[in-house]
Design a protein around this ligand. Sequence first.
Ligand code: 5AD
Ligand code: SF4
Length: 460
Amino acid sequence: MTEERPKKEKSVFIRTYGCQMNVYDSERMAGLLKPLGYSSAETPDEADLVILNTCHIREKAAEKVYSELGRLKKLKAAKQKRGGDMSIAVAGCVAQAEGAEITARAPQVDMVVGPQAYHRLPELLARAARGRGDILETDFAVEEKFDRLAARVAEGPTAFLTIQEGCDKFCTFCVVPYTRGAEVSRPVEAITAEARMLAAQGVREITLLGQNVNAWCAAAPAGSAGDAQWRLGELCRHIALIDGIDRIRFTTSHPRDMDGGLIRALGEEEKLMPYLHLPVQSGADKILKAMNRGHTADHYRRLIDRIRAMRPDIAISGDFIVGFPGETSEDFEETIALVAEIGYASAYSFKYSRRPGTPGAAMPKQVADAEKDARLGRLQALLDSQRQAFNEGQIGKIMPVLLEKPGRHKDQLVGRTPYLQSVHVSAPKSMLGLIASVSIKGVTPNALAGALTKEGEAAA
Ligand code: 5AD
Ligand code: SF4
């Protein structure tokens, strides 16, 4: 706590794995440590404190943490030999799921802190400085965490804002309900205060985050007309009233929580960007049922139809898992058919990864890895061709592009279209943070190439 504040300037290096919620958490951890004298280090080598903000969603993601801890162990030993020191903290979902295992497997770790407990980092650091080893904090107390975080400092014209955490859905493949706990929504007032703080610092685009962002639900602000409980559609319209905020996004949504109010908001609120990440995971009803998704493929198709009817220009993105236990080649063909029918602007697809403690891990008929590889290859080829076609479809269009950061070349900026595509544009640095009118000229593997149509801000 503050009385423990070190005099000396120190530095922290945070490595973030996994989802955007971890990116948000890492930023908040850095903000929390600043008043304690910690500046940001560029590499772990020079840092006094290294935090690994980890992801547990698939086995590969979790294993990366242990290999990084191996590298850090050597670094720490070398530093100690030179008379220095380095503290190592493991944060995030691996910390939550494997806390005790981490301290046993990696004794070089000084602190283990779960995603709902990182607001206690200053206390943990003080305890570590007093020489108390094996510090493990993995409580769930979401509101306390948000209340105790430092003021937000914007790092550019776009920002993430966590509005909801946790998951009650218990998809049978997923660790999230165990690592992030039950669904909790932040109150409207806390969210709008954070959004205003960001807008005052020049943020123009806010992405609302939640593991089940569209399950967000909270009491309407006192004195507001309409329903006593607000859902995400109302919250988005409310945030759209904040001066300076021109673009609103939200992720990740669940098909079951895509209510009429949110679909109407997507159609009516121009600040809501025409891009929706709506995972379906599989196109086969048998597999969706085994996954405990709570929807069928047809339910998803009808939902997409309704959304497109409301907002015809919307781009759809998704997540897919191939090789879930019991998935036959016929089931997989149903996924391919659904993808072909929907047409995705972008997507993430994964081989099923058996996660200890989830019901899927114990299911019979696990699919062989070679079969998963083959299915993933086919699915990704289709999704890649859809993404390519979608990107090429933008050539010749004039789009409002939010210029976010400098590009690799001199006088080049990188921005985003409403569809979240990266665009490289020749433009002076002075235009950073503006929404410029850009003519799309071409497509590279990971981005679009564009040219300014006129200086200044487009009336996007
Ligand atoms: N194996 C493979 N992919 C998974 N995901 C979640 N759990 C697993 C798992 N055990 C994927 C889902 C989810 C995304 C964030 O990660 O597609 O939507
Ligand atoms: Fe995991 Fe399913 Fe919850 Fe998403 S909805 S976080 S996939 S359990």
